[in-house]
Design a protein around this ligand. Structure first.
Ligand code: ATP
Length: 467
């Protein structure tokens, strides 16, 4: 993780938020490469979940909504994590995580209150002087308008889903969709996590990609299975191998009282197997609560059967930042490259053997690589080469994020693009001026081929846009 975090900083994927002021715990900024990576994750999701389907439409809701939304959803009453403090060193923990780390489970008393089991100590100072666990609501509070009183309290949304439920009626009235259909949204969510950790994995500000897919009551199990399978296919399409993913299927006891099924898609991070996305069958809980709290009907009229009913919902809910982190972890590789022939994986902490050179390479799938193509004139002081290279660069930039580089030997330029994860590099040399061919170099195999300028666009498009 440390090697990856250092590459992310060095190459401009991820920076600490407000770094010049010492940073702010739980907040992160994405640099030039990181913001492209995230944009590609969002675009891939939107392409597959909205653009190429006829039964899903998009929505973009405000981050601050009427506080009644969060009463109806249960977040004001129940969106809390248990918190404990160490009386000796003042360190604060999420009680369930502290217990889990010490191989125990938080105790739930008959009256619903929580207690720490015997033997739990502060991780930092080993003191047993810990407070009782108490509920801490994770929603960020703010005030709307100039007066900071109770009537002006509002919350930053802790999930994007509730905006979709609150607007269900308007979408239904305007989008000409029939059940089964879905509403998708991508956007920021905020949770005042007690203990942000594992780099960007648990942040206080993050981005969600959520689909609420509305179905006929009774069709829940079938559609839940469908969406689990669809989502797994999607992860493969962005280059996360099936072997790195697992499914965690909730037991009846673990399910929320209104849910009939929930499956988490988990990725094997260096710090453990952790959730990327949850796919839950939530029944009609959300729509019925908003109907009750707003007094507005959320019912669907089925034109075929002339029946009115509250639809049930299947919710695949993923996090852009967690997926981007999984992609970064999965892409990272250190290799030893011989003068000729294929590279071998580097051994940790060792120098490359005689005749080999070490390289760090980010093996992103072309679909999500931040930069798709880098363009190099062989020499920067030959105006004919530079002009030709710039013309090609200008043409390709209209299709993809590209990078133009003239600095240093070609080998050095390839290595820099390897670290950025750029799958394809093009070198324009003297032969290009003669016959219009140029060198296409592949990141993973490091193989080079000569292709004609005329075939360039179609060839690259086949490599980048086919998934
Ligand atoms: P966790 O148990 O890890 O706190 P959760 O089960 O509460 O997550 P959900 O409420 O199901 O998470 O949110 C859906 C998705 O939003 C998660 O799968 C994750 O990808 C993302 N997400 C949730 N909380 C965070 C966070 N603090 N930082 C980054 N991403 C998050």
């Amino acid at each position: 993780m440390d090697d990856l975090a250092s590459l992310c900083k060095r190459r401009g994927f991820i920076f600490q938020s407000s770094e010049i002021y010492g940073g702010l715990n739980g907040f992160w900024d994405y640099g030039p490469l990181g913001c492209e990576l995230k944009r590609n994750v969002r675009n891939a999701w939107w392409q597959d979940m909205v653009q190429t389907r006829e039964d899903v439409v998009g929505l973009d809701c405000s981050i601050i909504m009427h506080p009644r939304v969060w009463e109806a959803s249960g977040h004001i009453g129940g969106f809390a994590d248990p918190m404990v403090d160490c009386r000796a060193c003042k360190k604060r923990y999420r009680a369930d995580q502290l217990c889990e780390e010490q191989g125990q489970a938080l105790i739930k008393r008959e009256d619903g209150s929580l207690a720490l089991p015997e033997g739990i100590v502060c991780t930092a100072c080993k003191s047993k002087e810990l407070t009782e666990p108490r509920a801490f609501n994770l929603m960020f509070k703010t005030f709307v308008g100039p007066v900071e009183d109770a009537s002006a309290v509002a919350y930053l949304r802790p999930e994007t889903a509730q905006g979709i439920f609150a607007q269900f009626g308007n979408v239904l009235a305007t989008a000409r969709q029939k059940i089964p259909f879905g509403i998708a949204q991508i956007g920021k969510a905020f949770r005042n996590e007690i203990n942000p950790r594992n780099y960007t994995f648990r942040s206080r500000e993050f981005e969600q990609m959520e689909l609420e897919f509305f179905v006929k009551p009774g069709a829940d199990a079938e559609w839940h299975a469908y969406w689990v399978a669809e989502r797994l296919k999607w992860y493969a399409s962005i280059g996360l191998p099936a072997a790195s993913l697992t499914q965690y299927v909730y037991t009846q006891k673990e399910l929320a009282h209104y849910a009939s099924a929930c499956t988490d898609i988990m990725y094997a991070f260096p710090f453990g197997v952790q959730e990327l996305e949850g796919i839950a069958a939530r029944g009609d809980f959300d729509l019925s609560r908003h109907q009750q709290f707003s007094g507005k009907s959320m019912e669907y009229f089925d034109p075929e059967t002339n029946e009115k009913f509250l639809p049930h919902v299947i919710e695949p809910s993923g996090g852009v930042d967690r997926i981007a982190l999984a992609l970064l972890c999965n892409a990272y590789a250190e290799e030893w490259v011989p003068k000729q022939g294929p590279a071998i994986p580097a051994e940790r902490g060792k120098q490359a053997p005689e005749g080999y050179e070490a390289r760090t390479v980010m093996r992103f799938a072309p679909r999500i690589a931040p930069i798709k193509v880098a363009v190099f004139p062989l020499l920067k002081n030959k105006p004919e080469l530079v002009a030709r290279a710039r013309a090609i660069f200008g043409q390709l930039q209209r299709h993809w994020i590209c990078f133009y580089d003239t600095a240093g030997a070609i080998g050095r330029r390839y290595r820099r693009q390897d670290e950025a994860g750029t799958p394809f590099c093009l070198t324009i040399d003297f032969q290009t001026l003669e016959d219009g061919t140029l060198t296409l170099r592949h990141r993973d195999s490091m193989q080079q081929e000569r292709i004609h300028e005329k075939e360039l666009l179609a060839h690259l498009s086949g490599l980048i846009d086919a998934w």
